[in-house]
Design a protein around this ligand. Structure first.
Ligand SMILES: [Zn+2]
Length: 601
């Protein structure tokens, strides 16, 4: 994944593009702050003038090239969506699905008219809960709606044997971003908890709970979540794949819990896996205690809260606004909510992104671009290979394994060769809520259906119009969606090699390849299996070097007294550092320095 801060310096491309032919100036250099010494604060030196001259817009929490790209893509997607309605395509077709979802998402009158009634049937079920087993059935039902009550569930390659898909259960069930938010003592965290209490109470009131009991119910929900948080691992402890991989047979799982009846849960989901990978056994053990201590009323409120929280964006204005007030304003400091059309595109993207992607690449990313960036991957790969060969601290034995892993790393560039088929997703014009629920159910079933089937290594986990990229350790591959190469205001052929080696070669391709060798990625072998291929000595030397980066980032202050968590962000920081070094060296090898910046003046 990509960090925006490393690429801020290129953002000026957009603002200057209109004058590109007339003005002879260096638009990258002018966004520097030359009053700052690069050796003392490189970030300020490189981006200082951009930050001074570009206020963060009220609807954003950051403002850099990523936001400009997303803005441009959003406009393109909006045109695709609007055109899909005009086409009046046949029912079940990809274009018609876009049209129907888009119509309901933008229909504020109908959404307002429906109010919270779409929740009625689910709330009736929750009100009828009369014992522990009923709670378990509801938890399983929520999984199918993509609502993470009590725990997270997902299907992914088995970490030890990547040729198999496994069912994973992980700590979850929290309404705040992670466990530390429940315990940190600083003023900001205390205020967030206070506002969180108000927020839950307001949401409960909006869905029909009497005003006088809302605060009490919200306190009970937070108390329940705090018990879950107490047994949840810290972010940095989730980075160790070995420690978070605990295979359980069904028998062993039943021994772990006495009150949580797993048979009920399996039958509610209609699954029968031989093994379940439990991320954090101590968290799941705690569920018994929770069941013993928590009364049914609290469970009912907790389940209702999870449902309304997860689906807030599809409900009436007061709920949707209150959801933004807490999660946008209080938690993330965003002043103004994004317009509805942008939020609807995001939702459509999650529901059936491949349908939009097919239309997007037809218009904006072709074979020529695909080849340009595929070639660049190979250039960066060969640079990486040279870097491994030159390492003065790694033994030949580990170097050989590293080279093998690098050589066999797969690449996905631009867009997939085959698109997901959503034709059996039940999209209609009934309501936004209904379409969203149908889409979520489709995705859940799609995911569960992978169990017991051969792994499809051609599948993409991002759509082409996503401004991001990833390294997938289980496939030992990098995936680079078309949008990650977009520079706002420019066609690809207008961008010279110097620019794209910095932008795509360093901060995307080099960054993602390096993830294969960061503190987490290095634990997987060339076949995508969690298997140690390092000698003891090389491993301790790697850790020694990584610890220096941890210490460096622990010292950075984000805001007020809040420091970067060096351990939790280590993977990104290693990837950023590796990416910059690789991009520069790969560029130097292209022997085209004479072309530098020609298109930028
Ligand atoms: Zn990353």
């Amino acid at each position: 994944m990509k960090k925006l801060s490393t690429i801020l310096l290129i953002i000026s491309m957009f603002s200057c593009s209109q004058n590109a032919k007339k003005v002879n100036r260096d638009i990258l250099l002018e966004n520097r702050d030359t009053t700052v010494l690069p050796g003392s604060d490189f970030f300020k030196y490189a981006n200082g003038n951009w930050i001074k001259n570009n206020k963060i817009p009220a609807e954003e929490s950051a403002w850099g090239i990523g936001n400009l790209v997303v803005d441009e893509i959003n406009l393109k997607l909006k045109t695709i969506c609007d055109n899909s309605i005009a086409q009046n395509a046949k029912k079940g077709s990809s274009v018609r699905m876009i049209a129907d979802y888009w119509k309901t998402a933008m229909d504020t009158i109908k959404t307002e008219l429906l109010g919270t009634t779409p929740l009625n049937d689910e709330f009736k079920r929750i009100d009828a809960i009369s014992n522990t087993n009923d709670i378990i059935k509801e938890v399983a039902r929520h999984h199918q709606f993509g609502v993470n009550s009590l725990m997270d569930i997902y299907v992914y390659n088995d970490l030890i044997n990547s040729d198999k898909m496994s069912l994973y259960l992980s700590q979850g069930g929290l309404g705040l971003p992670n466990r530390d938010y429940y315990f940190n003592n600083d003023e900001r965290s205390a205020n967030i908890r206070k506002e969180y209490l108000n927020h839950i109470a307001i949401m409960l009131e909006y869905v029909g709970e009497p005003k006088e009991t809302c605060i009490r119910s919200a306190e009970d929900i937070i108390a329940l979540e705090t018990i879950l948080a107490h047994k949840s691992r810290k972010l940095e402890d989730l980075r160790d794949p070995h420690a978070n991989y605990n295979p359980y047979s069904k028998t062993k799982l039943k021994e772990l819990n006495t009150m949580y009846n797993w048979d009920i849960w399996f039958s509610a989901l209609n699954i029968n896996p031989d093994t379940i990978i439990i991320g954090q056994p101590e968290f799941f053990k705690e569920i018994d205690q929770l069941f013993a201590k928590t009364n049914l009323t609290v469970w009912r409120n907790y389940l209702k809260w999870n449902l309304v929280h997860s689906l807030a964006s599809t409900l009436n204005k007061s709920i949707e606004k209150e959801n933004f007030r807490f999660y946008g304003q209080v938690l993330n400091g965003i002043e103004v909510q994004k317009p509805r059309w942008k939020r609807s595109i995001r939702a459509l993207e999650n529901a059936m992104g491949d349908n939009l992607g097919q239309e997007y690449v037809k218009l904006f990313f072709g074979e020529k671009e695909k080849k340009r960036y595929s070639d660049m991957v190979e250039n960066v790969r060969s640079t990486f290979s040279e870097h491994i060969a030159q390492l003065d601290w790694m033994t030949p034995e580990t170097k050989k394994k590293a080279q093998e892993k690098l050589k066999s790393m797969g690449k996905k560039v631009g867009y997939p060769d085959k698109w997901r088929d959503f034709s059996n997703m039940n999209i209609d014009t009934i309501s936004y809520f209904n379409n969203e629920l149908e889409a979520r159910k489709w995705w859940f079933n799609y995911s569960l259906n992978k169990l017991g089937k051969p792994v499809d290594r051609t599948e993409w986990n991002m759509t082409p119009q996503t401004y991001n990229a990833y390294y997938n350790p289980s496939n030992n591959e990098i995936a680079l969606p078309a949008a990650i190469f977009a520079v706002p205001g420019f066609k690809d052929e207008m961008l010279d090699e110097a620019l794209i080696y910095g932008y795509a070669g360093a901060s995307t391709i080099g960054h993602e390849i390096t993830h294969g060798f960061d503190d987490e990625g290095r634990k997987f072998d060339q076949f995508g299996n969690l298997q140690n291929w390092w000698t003891k000595d090389d491993e301790s030397k790697f850790k020694e070097k990584a610890d220096k980066l941890v210490a460096q980032f622990n010292n950075f202050v984000v805001l007020d007294s809040m420091h970067v968590n060096g351990k939790a962000t280590l993977g990104e920081n290693i990837a950023d550092l590796g990416g910059v070094v690789l991009g520069l060296d790969a560029f130097k090898k292209q022997n085209n320095s004479s072309k530098i910046r020609q298109s930028m003046v």
